[in-house]
Design a protein around this ligand. Structure first.
Ligand SMILES: C[S@@+](CC[C@H](N)C(=O)[O-])C[C@H]1O[C@@H](n2cnc3c(N)ncnc32)[C@H](O)[C@@H]1O
Length: 270
């Protein structure tokens, strides 16, 4: 797959919108929680898998300091290209590639962390075996994976409104498709990880309004923008109205729309 150096024409607009609208509100706070949950310390070598625009990697770089090292990998060339521009101190080693086949040495990393990525892997066993290969014997893996749509009501409202319009909302549902904590824990153990724990965490994020939430997803939602793109201007307006009605109970007159996200956070060693 082409990387930034080979192809300077990579479109970063979706990555920029993701970083601008969804990282400060949702992905950044989850990434920081994950890096903390993993027990990241000064001097650690950390790998951010499925790093997107690099929220976890940037936070981890502050935690591991000059004696540590952060690497980050993502399949999406636009995300990696934008992530490089945000890493003004050149603190992080970025790589565009597939986490199921990584360019790293065996047992290289003390911490491997992936915020909302495992559920997207068609072959989760392959991905987890590759993670295990590059993880130090004393290392730890931290993964966050969204719970079911019922526990992520704002995203579910958008998915249901798309479905009601006959739009294929598979992409919108995909992030919430691996919400069974038993399946997650069992899979980690089957691959040979030890000390496996899976805990459920919840977070409130605020958007100006339901309309604004839909606009942010349409601009930068890695899974939802392609579904929302299928609507014309009138259709999008109509969908925003429906989502506004569906989410009326979550509106705070001062803070705006409360978007609840609920994830499982898995921790494991080898
Ligand atoms: C929902 S985004 C989360 C991004 C980032 N972890 C964050 O929290 O901001 C999921 C990311 O996983 C990446 N991804 C999906 N499958 C991948 C794979 N096989 N290898 C590397 N990255 C992958 C996508 O390109 C996308 O950037």
């Amino acid at each position: 797959m082409a990387d930034q150096k080979q192809n300077p024409e990579i479109d970063t607009s979706a990555a920029e919108a993701f970083e601008k609208f969804l990282v400060p509100t949702i992905f950044g706070p989850w990434s920081e929680m994950m890096v903390e949950h993993a027990g990241t310390r000064e001097g650690h070598q950390l790998l951010d898998i499925g790093c997107g625009s690099g929220a976890a990697a940037r936070y981890a770089a502050k935690v591991v300091g000059g004696s540590g090292l952060v690497s980050a990998i993502d399949l999406n060339a636009g995300m990696i290209k934008h992530a490089r521009t945000l890493d003004t101190g050149k603190l992080i080693k970025w790589h565009q590639g597939d986490l199921t086949d990584m360019p790293y040495e065996d047992e290289q990393f003390d911490i491997i962390a992936g915020n909302q990525v495992l559920q997207f892997l068609p072959d989760k066993e392959k991905g987890l075996n590759e993670i295990k290969r590059v993880m130090a014997k004393s290392g730890r893996l931290a993964l966050t994976v969204y719970c079911s749509p019922q526990l992520n009501p704002a995203h579910a409202a958008v998915g249901n409104a798309l479905k009601a319009r006959g739009i294929d909302s598979t992409g919108v549902a995909h992030p919430f498709s691996y919400g069974d904590p038993m399946a997650l824990g069992d899979l980690l153990q089957e691959i040979g990880f030890r000390d496996v724990s899976v805990v459920q965490k919840q977070m409130n994020s605020y958007f100006q309004s339901a309309e604004n939430f839909v606009e942010c997803l349409a601009a930068g939602g890695p899974s939802s923008r392609h579904a929302l793109e299928q609507l014309d201007a009138e259709g999008l307006k109509d969908l925003k109205n429906e989502v506004t009605k569906r989410l009326a109970d979550f509106v705070d007159t001062e803070k705006g729309l409360r978007v609840i996200t609920t994830s499982h956070m898995a921790l494991a060693s080898v």
